[in-house]
Design a protein around this ligand. Sequence first.
Ligand SMILES: [Zn+2]
Length: 308
Amino acid sequence: MYHDIGKSGKNTPLDRSVASFEKDLQLLYDKGFYLVNAADIVANRLDVPLGRTPVAITFDDARRTQFNLLTTDQGPQVDPNCGLGIIERFVKAHPDWKVRATFFILPKSKATNESFGQTGLGKDKIDYLLKSGCEIANHSIVHKSFANYTAAQVQQEVGGADKLITSLNPKVKIETIALPMGKFPKDKTLWPLLIKGEDKGHRYEYQAAFDAAWRPIPSPASKKFNNLRLERINSIDGLNGVRFWVDKLMAPGGERYISDGDPKWVSFPKSKESELAQDRVLGQGNQINAYGTSTIQPAGQPIQPASQ
Ligand SMILES: [Zn+2]
C-alpha cells in the first residue's frame, strides 16, 4: 500500500522515496514474486508463472507522485520518477514481469480537484492506466471515514465515485474498493454494501473491499479469505513492512502462495484440504488439484494436473 512516491525524498508511512520503492520492487522480484492487480487476486484469476507468488502494488488517493505527466517536445510523457514510471522502467529491465498496479482513485469532484493532481489530465491518465493493464479502483468521493455512515451514505460514496470514474471511460470496470483510512462501517450489516449497491440508479458490484493495513491476505481459495475486509502491507521499513513480510512468507511455515502456472487450476498440498473454500473455487470456474501427502511443492517443480 503506497501513497506518495518520492515527494519529500524521505521515507514516511505515507511517502516512500524513489530509491526505497525501487528496492521494494527489486526485493519482490528477487524473491520470486510476480506483479498482478489486486482484482486478479481476489477474483482468483491468477495467471502467474510456475513457482512464482502473486503480489499487488496498490496506490491510494490518486496522488500526483503516483502518476505524473511531463510535457516534452514529443508530447506528454510519464515522469520516470513517479510510481507508474518507476514500475514501467523496472519492467523494461525485467521483461518477465508485466506492468501491473492497482490505483484506488479519488475522482475529480467537489472534494478533489482532479485525480492525480494535474488539472485537465485526469481522463488521459485513466485511459493510459486502462491501456497499460493496470487496475482502476474506487476510494470513495470525499475520503471520509465510513465508520458512522448509513446504508444510503455508503452507497452514495461508493456508487457516486464509481459513476464519476467510469463516466470518464466506459471501458473501466471497477472491481475493488479501499476504504478511506481503513475505516469500515461500525455496523457490520452494512459491509455487503461496500461491494454491491446502487446510488441514484447507478449500480456497482465488486469483488472485494480493502482495509489500510497490515498483513498479507489469505489465498482466495482459502476459507479464511474474507472479501468484505482484506488487509494490505504498509510501505514501510521494519516491523510489518515490505521486507518484514517477505522474509516471514519465505521462512519455513510461511505459507507463501506458489503458483502451479495454470490459471484454471488451484493446486495445494493434500494436508491443507480442510482449509479449501471448495464452492468458491469451483464457482470461479477453477479446478482443484490436491497433491502429495503433507509437504508443500517446492518452487520451480512441475506440478502434475490431477487425473480426475
Ligand atoms: Zn486514502
